[in-house]
Write a protein that binds this ligand. Structure first.
Ligand code: ZN
Length: 179
């Protein structure tokens, strides 16, 4: 019998050593002329997700002038809570380039990423993130940008608000239909 009164020994919390420079820097970056073109692709993927009954969010990963991965939100169909558009696109980009790091790549997504996706974006060493609408519920990019968390020694440049109205309208129409 297990004695529930006896405490289970747990590892003493020993922080991993890291230099003070190990700080995730999330900085604002100005938009580029091509941003709205790539965002149109992401919006198309978002619409496709919506047509399948998934929350309409789409993402595209690019390097230079080519797409290396794209995806739309599909947690219901995939039976996978991590199948957000960003994760799907990052996985495909890593597979197509044969590298788990996507250093210098740009990720376009129609909605401000959540905590999980921002984590994946940082682990992938994405250089620039471009998103559409702000997500006041689970979006964390602007919050993290202001609070400068300790983390990976990586700088992520962020441009928000690209085609934001189109993305927000898509989401509004989707949730309106579902009511
Ligand atoms: Zn997410």
């Amino acid at each position: 019998m297990l004695d529930s009164r006896r405490s289970v020994p747990i590892a003493v919390e020993t922080p991993m050593p890291h230099s003070p420079s190990h700080r995730t820097r999330i900085v604002r970056a100005t938009g580029r002329p091509e941003d709205s073109v790539w965002m149109e692709r992401a919006l198309r993927l978002a619409r496709a997700a919506g047509a399948r009954g998934e929350v309409p969010i789409g993402a595209v990963v690019t390097t230079g002038d080519r797409t290396i991965g794209s995806g739309s939100n599909r947690p219901i169909a995939a039976r996978d809570p991590t199948a957000h558009a960003e994760i799907v696109a990052l996985r495909r980009a890593a597979r197509s380039t044969g590298n788990y790091r996507l250093t210098g790549a740009t990720l376009y997504v129609t909605l401000e990423p959540c905590l999980m996706c921002l984590g994946a974006i940082l682990h992938a060493r994405i250089g620039r993130l471009v998103y559409g609408a702000r997500d006041p519920k689970v979006g964390v990019v602007e919050y993290m940008r202001r609070h400068r968390p300790v983390g990976l020694n990586h700088e992520l440049r962020v441009t928000g608000g690209v085609r934001a109205d189109d993305s927000a309208e898509l989401l509004r129409a989707f949730f309106h239909r579902r009511r």
